[in-house]
Ligand binder design. Structure first.
Ligand SMILES: [Zn+2]
Ligand SMILES: [Zn+2]
Length: 262
């Protein structure tokens, strides 16, 4: 399996100050075949401005990609916040630039976000999680502009609950519908290794869900560290690749201009 890190944030994201070149150098040192920058863009994120300045993003990343071309493959992508209140803007934004790869992530539901916690107000954990999965389903049904679904399960990092864990069984029918929709539309799923901080032995989502995606016929997987600092670039990628192999995947999928590399 090729060693990739397909979820990286740099100083082009509001919540990172990292220098993209340092990511490339670390990835080369650690023997990676390919990485993809996926800085944030969310429309209407409450409180924080998750904008992406494409006029400096592309020239900077393209120059780095070319500079290091004989040592590592570097792709230029985006983590697009999917939000059914902003369908047109999101589709237009993705179409407006030559992204290699688009992660579709749910960060905002009806103008409320998870990080500061507005979304969880007046909801039990069960209600909050169910709505998250239902909204994720709606997004994967509605949008076509993404390649893979980002960090399913990431909701479990937030919320005012002592036990934040997700009861997957209670939402299994919705999760199956999400996976089947992804498969039908030729979309993939990532394991986001930032989840190891919470889950210890797996990322977001866990390997049961990845196995389910495989059993239902899905073959498109990526892995990403969701790094916002250089130290975490590539973390737990090898653990995920081993698990992918055990499940039956032959390789990870990589992308150029939003199409699968053959
Ligand atoms: Zn995200
Ligand atoms: Zn991210």
């Amino acid at each position: 399996m090729r060693k990739i890190d397909y979820h990286l944030h740099t100083r082009f994201s509001f919540d990172s100050e990292a220098n993209p070149e340092s990511y490339i150098q670390k990835a080369i040192k650690d023997g990676f075949d390919e990485i993809c920058f996926t800085d944030h863009r969310d429309f209407d994120y409450p409180i924080d401005p998750f904008e992406l300045d494409l006029s400096s993003y592309f020239p900077t990343m393209e120059a780095l990609r070319d500079q290091y071309a004989n040592q590592i493959k570097v792709k230029i992508g985006v983590e697009m916040g999917l939000d059914t209140d902003h369908i047109q803007e999101i589709n237009d934004f993705v179409a407006s630039a030559p992204f290699d790869f688009v992660i579709g992530s749910i960060h905002v539901i009806h103008h409320t976000e998870f990080y500061y916690g507005e979304y969880f107000k007046n909801k039990t954990k069960e209600e909050a999680h169910k709505e998250f999965f239902l909204e994720t389903l709606k997004c994967v049904q509605t949008f076509d502009c993404f390649n893979i679904l980002g960090h399913l399960d990431y909701i479990m990092r937030y919320g005012p609950y002592t036990d934040k864990s997700v009861d997957h069984q209670a939402c299994q029918d919705i999760i199956d519908e999400i996976l089947l929709t992804l498969i039908k539309k030729g979309k993939g799923i990532e394991v986001n290794t930032s989840g190891y901080k919470v889950n210890k032995t797996c990322g977001f989502p866990n390997f049961d869900i990845i196995k389910r995606y495989y059993e239902l016929g899905g073959r498109i997987v990526t892995v990403g560290s969701d790094s916002h600092v250089v130290e975490t670039v590539g973390s737990h990628v090898e653990d995920v690749l081993k698990a992918y192999q055990k499940i039956g995947f032959e390789d990870v999928t990589t992308f150029t201009k939003r199409k699968k590399d053959s």
